[in-house]
Design a protein around this ligand. Structure first.
Ligand SMILES: *Cc1c(COP(=O)(O)O)cnc(C)c1O
Length: 447
């Protein structure tokens, strides 16, 4: 059948060539592992430019982007107001290593937006924010142990690169070579959404637990919301045992609402870590919290933390412009409406095709899990058919839609996504499920 195929017109193997060159000089050809597309058994595309909801690769092909640089680009790519603010700031110099008034301005905006935050320290990445939050919690309490939930990701901090052993509560073993056992032995691992196991961990280590760290809506095992009674239970346990509750909101901060998810879940954290959106597409991270805790950071207190490029004026200008737009334009209700409609559209099509699935969504972040059962923790997330996801990812990529290249990640919408982009995406999904996938799923259900 003769069909006009834009792909064959643009496909010239350039992505593959670029990846081959990259692999010669960059380990695995990428500067962050998931970008290698290994989890979906594919080769990465190389991006040349982006605008609004679109990415454009080296072969000139356009994609509707539902990954959005892993969350930060909530206003879409290359937002004019943000770029103007950045250009203006750059012309005044790009780094001084001396205070600027805009750092105070960004801190003031964060303090005003998040009730539990009195003071803020800026750093250059989410990983750095978590690293500092943990040191601050340990320094404040004089304790060593941290409770972490299985499936949550808190950046590539040594103490957080832990894997669960067998049993409900386990002391972490390093999940990467290069992390000493002596570092992870202070990390206590507990299943997500399991209050009983957390209570047991407190019973076992009560006066040794410096902090509990959690993604209040997990985004890094796919989207998995924490249940409210569970979070309220964590709050109660932390208060009772004088431990610090850290909400890692590097993804959720300014994503589901202007500020944090703390009003939504009805729990206040002692320390909140931020990143991604607050940098407007530039490298940033932040630690915020109660003054009584934050005052322990040097130079006011004795818990050491520093950074040559911390509070970098260009990053701060991008973050400020982004937060100002989010505050004035209030895109959240619209984002939620469109995302909800998108998820219903996906669900309808999968049901029709007889493909077992679960969609978890909070605001404009969601994950389609190819799983027959609800996904409430890491163990249930692992029941997904990742081969099915790889196929889904590949077919959508072919059809001009870019999803996170792993089943265990979050999809995002931006304020530049419209009804039309959703309909175009659903039309591509339609073509998938008349084909191979539904055959696969029928086979599966026959066995
Ligand atoms: C992305 C992320 C981090 C790490 O942030 P980087 O900027 O990649 O270092 C930490 N915690 C959560 C919840 C994240 O999603």
């Amino acid at each position: 059948m003769a069909k006009t195929n834009t792909r064959s017109r643009t496909k010239n193997g350039k992505n593959a060539k670029l990846f081959a060159s990259a692999q010669k000089v960059i380990p695995g050809g990428v500067n962050s592992p998931v970008r290698a597309f290994k989890a979906v058994g594919a080769a990465p595309i190389f991006i040349e430019k982006a605008k609004g909801p679109f990415l454009y690769d080296a072969e000139g092909k356009r994609y509707i982007d539902y990954c959005l640089s892993w969350g930060p680009m909530i206003l879409g790519h290359a937002n004019k107001t943000v770029l103007d603010a950045v250009r203006k700031k750059m012309a005044a110099g790009t780094s001084y290593g001396i205070p600027t008034s805009i750092e105070t301005e960004l801190a003031e905006m964060i303090v005003a937006a998040i009730d539990s935050v009195d003071k803020v320290r800026l750093v250059s990445s989410g990983t750095e924010a978590v690293m500092t939050a943990i040191r601050l919690a340990r320094g404040t309490t004089g304790r060593d142990k941290i409770i972490k939930f299985i499936g949550c990701y808190h950046g590539h901090v040594d103490h957080m690169l832990v894997q669960a052993g067998s049993g409900l509560i386990t002391l972490g073993a390093p999940s990467s070579p290069g992390v000493p056992k002596d570092f992870t032995k202070h990390t206590v691992l507990v299943p997500y959404n399991d209050l009983k196991a957390t209570e047991a961990a407190f019973a076992k280590y009560s006066d040794k637990i410096a902090a509990v760290i959690i993604e209040p809506i997990a985004g890094n095992m796919g989207v998995v919301p924490a249940q409210k009674p569970f979070l309220k239970g964590l709050r109660r346990l932390c208060t009772k045992n004088k431990s610090i509750l850290i909400f890692d909101e590097v993804i959720t901060g300014f994503r589901t609402a202007y500020g944090s998810v703390q009003p939504l879940v009805g729990v206040k954290a002692d320390i909140t870590t931020l990143g991604k959106i607050i940098g407007g597409g530039f490298p940033i991270g932040a630690i915020g919290g109660k003054a009584s805790i934050m005052n322990n950071l040097s130079p006011q207190g004795s818990v050491y933390q520093a950074g040559t490029l911390s509070g970098n004026p260009v990053c701060v200008a991008a973050g400020l412009a982004t937060l100002k737009l989010l505050k004035s334009k209030k895109p959240y209700a619209g984002l939620e409406r469109l995302t909800k409609q998108f998820c219903s559209g996906i669900s309808e099509r999968l049901e029709k095709a007889g493909v077992e699935h679960t969609i978890n969504r909070v605001g404009s972040m969601f994950t389609l899990f190819f799983s027959p059962t609800p996904v409430t923790d890491f163990a249930s997330a692992l029941k997904c058919d990742t081969k099915q996801y790889a196929k889904y990812f590949g077919k959508l990529l072919e059809g001009g839609v870019y999803l996170p290249p792993s089943q265990f990640e979050a999809c995002f919408l931006s304020s530049k996504h419209t009804q039309r982009h959703i309909e175009q995406t659903l039309a591509v999904i339609d073509t998938i499920f008349v084909g191979e996938l539904s055959v696969l799923s029928h086979k599966r259900s026959l066995n």
